[in-house]
Ligand binder design. Structure first.
Ligand code: NAD
Ligand SMILES: O=CCC[C@H](NC(=O)CCC(=O)O)C(=O)O
Length: 490
């Protein structure tokens, strides 16, 4: 495969001047994309071009920016199948799922338009003299960092509101999904976005470091691992003037208590734990089941249903529930995590297995009730840890025993249990009798603790894309009727 001009800087596709890197189809290791990464100098040019474009973009009326963003939505719709196939090929996710991802990218535009007005609109109040006005202004030049698991939808969730607010953008996608990023940028180009308003710098960690540490950016919107998010947070220390939005991982609990419909319970557990091969930040990692008959029946049914999960190629005609994980390395990492837990005393109820040399794994379930020193790590794959409990409050306490706080859920027929759970559980997404994955873009999306820095995304992304400006205004400088004591202006 030949390498090509993969950097989009100031409206031009340029060859990277750094190291070559490539993207593989994780199902069969076929090289699907190859190019050279952007060097620190090229990142610098991208930042300068975004700066150059900032005034003309932010000076445009909102409606004019919106028109271009809507043209991007049209491009997304026209090319949605190509995009869904690209996401599937590059991530291993099945097509039924990546079609939903392409659809979510289109849906984001109307939601971001609404959020722009509702969260950052203009508010005017009459005052005894003049008026008080609240407006919002774009930060300037912002960097967007994306993860590999939703290479279209999640960066789009930063880029669209950032552009609507009037920012210009430098996008650094995951090095595991450069092909999807390139396709997306081509759609922005076709939509007629002016040169420099969005720039794409492709590369591995070095390219990311060059962008994140660039003094010329006014903010950084990040979705990815807690590990990287922490590094960025440290790097931004001492720069209070810069906006940093961190959407990070989770170690998410799901508790079952007195839920009578076992089939529905098993469905919601599987949908929470194994969708996207467990590669969603919101996936359930810990399942709390009551000790005794009720819990035994659920577990037995869950084991049967999990063993029946179809794993397969993204384009199998008979679509699998789970495709491949992102890489052979990620899959091997899950096997190692499973072994670590077994060494700590966990018991494999269903062993997660790996088809070596590929990203394919089968889902696993571990009984972990007796594991002491449970590591507080996010295992980003289809490995569910089961804990049996006798006391609901003790289960909630154990569910909260994590530095993360992204999603959590309760499956129960009892609304009072939910009321209690809601008050005690520490997470940004708390669901009742629904899977804990599949969060809505029309609601705020973010976690607490190691999951985020209180800059929720999705519907609330508008908040971190602009800053408020409060003004008191009068048409003409006017002397007040009564002067302050001790003042005479003659
Ligand atoms: N909360 C959310 O909204 C959300 C959504 C999706 C995924 N995630 C999390 O993302 C993770 C999976 O994604 P990932 O593995 O791609 O994340 P990652 O942290 O490895 O990478 C994310 C981005 O950061 C860049 N990067 C990595 N190290 C860097 C450094 N030192 N300096 C600058 N840039 C750097 C990468 O190149 C990539 O573009 C999981 O932990 C998952 O839970 C969170
Ligand atoms: O992997 C993390 C994202 C998971 C996904 N969340 C969203 O899509 C949030 C909505 C948005 O950002 O628009 C999920 O909950 O499945």
């Amino acid at each position: 495969m030949t390498t090509h001009a993969a950097q989009f800087i100031n409206g031009e596709w340029l060859a990277g001047q750094g190291e070559a890197f490539s993207s593989l189809n994780p199902a069969n290791n076929e090289v699907i994309w190859q190019a050279n990464s952007a060097t620190a100098d090229q990142v610098d040019t991208a930042v300068k071009s975004a700066r150059e474009a900032f005034y003309s973009w932010s000076d445009m009326a909102f409606e004019a920016r919106l028109e271009i963003v809507k043209r991007f939505a049209e491009q997304l719709k026209e090319n949605s199948e190509e995009l869904a196939i690209a996401i599937a090929k590059e991530t291993g996710k099945p097509l039924w799922e990546t079609r939903t991802e392409a659809g979510a990218m289109v849906g984001k535009i109307a939601i971001s338009e609404k959020a722009y007005h509702e969260r950052t609109g203009v508010v005017e109040n009459a005052m005894p003299v003049g008026r008080a006005v609240i407006r919002h202004k774009a930060h300037g030049v912002v960097a967007v960092f994306g993860p590999y698991n939703f290479p279209g939808h999640l960066p789009n969730g930063h880029i669209v509101p950032a552009l609507l607010a009037g920012n210009t953008v430098i996008f650094k996608p995951s090095e595991l999904t450069p092909y999807v990023a390139e396709l997306t940028l081509k759609l922005w180009e076709k939509a007629g976005l002016p040169a420099g308003v969005i720039n794409l710098v492709q590369g591995e960690v070095e390219t990311g470091k060059a962008l994140a540490s660039h003094r010329g950016i006014d903010g950084l919107f990040f979705t990815g691992s807690s590990r990287t998010g922490h590094i960025l947070h440290e790097q931004f220390a001492g720069q209070p003037g810069k906006i940093l939005a961190l959407e990070m991982g989770g170690n998410n609990p799901l508790i079952v208590k007195d839920a009578s419909d076992t089939k529905a319970v098993v469905h919601d557990i599987i949908q929470s734990a194994f969708i996207s091969s467990g590669q969603r930040c919101t996936c359930a990692r810990k399942l709390f089941l009551p000790a005794g008959e009720q819990g035994d029946a659920i577990l037995e049914h869950l084991v049967r249903a999990t063993k029946a999960i179809k794993v397969g190629n993204f384009d199998d005609e008979d679509q699998p529930f789970m495709g491949s994980m992102i890489s052979n390395q990620a899959a091997a990492g899950m096997v190692a995590a499973q072994q670590q837990l077994i060494d700590l005393g966990a018991e494999a109820i269903i062993e997660l297995t790996h088809k070596e040399g590929t990203g394919f794994v089968t889902p696993g379930i571990l009984e972990c009730s007796n594991v002491t020193d449970f590591p507080d790590d996010e295992h980003f794959g289809p490995l569910l840890k089961v804990f049996r409990y006798t006391d609901f409050d003790a289960a909630i306490e154990k569910a909260n025993d994590t530095s993360f706080g992204l999603s959590a859920g309760l499956l129960s027929d009892n609304a009072e249990d939910y009321d209690h759970f809601l008050r005690r559980i520490r997470a940004g997404i708390v669901n009742f009798n629904r899977p804990i994955t599949g969060a809505s873009s029309a609601a705020p999306f973010g976690g607490i603790g190691a999951s985020g820095n209180h800059r929720a995304s999705a519907y609330y992304a508008a908040d971190y894309c602009a800053y408020p400006v409060a003004s008191v205004e009068l048409e003409k400088v006017t002397l007040p009727g009564a002067l302050s004591p001790g003042l005479s202006i003659d």
